[in-house]
Design a protein around this ligand. Structure first.
Ligand code: DAT
Ligand code: MG
Length: 149
């Protein structure tokens, strides 16, 4: 089973979309294996977004992510990394498909509500960055045989 790192950004938390977002991942069929609310340090935000450090939006992005609490999560399921990116929608909410989280709730790229790992390797790195091993729970929901052949 694959795992991915998902973070509800400060705008998602402030707009009280936490339940709505978690609901979408649960209904889809994914399993929550880790969750915590936290105030992100500058150091963690800069490390998490280090691939973007030369981009003009980097400082604004780090300011934003550290401006108020976030919800950090790990979700599990078959192909969850790419499927979660589909649930989330394109980076810019203006062009994100209706039905996706960003398409349904966002209007600007700098306030796009949620982060999801972009590849299996990135997911492993991000999960290790945001969670320690004993914060993640191994469990098997009883519905599993109704989700997978
Ligand atoms: P994603 O979050 O879809 O993986 P990304 O990795 O390209 O997108 O960028 C990380 C975040 O940086 C993105 O969620 C919002 C912000 N961002 C990206 N491009 C931006 C831009 N042109 N202006 C402002 N913020 C931007
Ligand atoms: Mg990205």
């Amino acid at each position: 089973m694959e795992r991915t790192f998902i973070m509800i950004k400060p705008d998602g938390v402030q707009r009280h979309l936490t339940g709505e977002i978690i609901h979408r991942f649960e209904r889809k069929g994914f399993t929550l294996v880790g969750l915590k609310m936290m105030q992100v340090s500058r150091e963690l935000a800069e490390t998490h977004y280090s691939v973007h450090q030369e981009r003009p939006f980097f400082k604004g992005l780090v300011d934003f992510i550290t401006s108020a609490p976030v919800i950090a999560m790990v979700w599990e399921g078959e192909n969850v990394v790419s499927a979660a990116r589909n649930l989330i929608g394109q980076t810019n909410p203006t062009t994100a498909d209706p039905g996706s989280i960003r398409g349904d709730f966002g209007v600007s790229i700098g306030r796009n509500l949620i982060h999801g790992s972009d590849a299996i390797e990135t997911a492993q790195t991000e999960i290790a960055l945001w969670f320690v091993e004993d914060e993640l729970v191994d469990w098997k929901p009883v519905r599993q045989s109704w989700l997978y052949e």
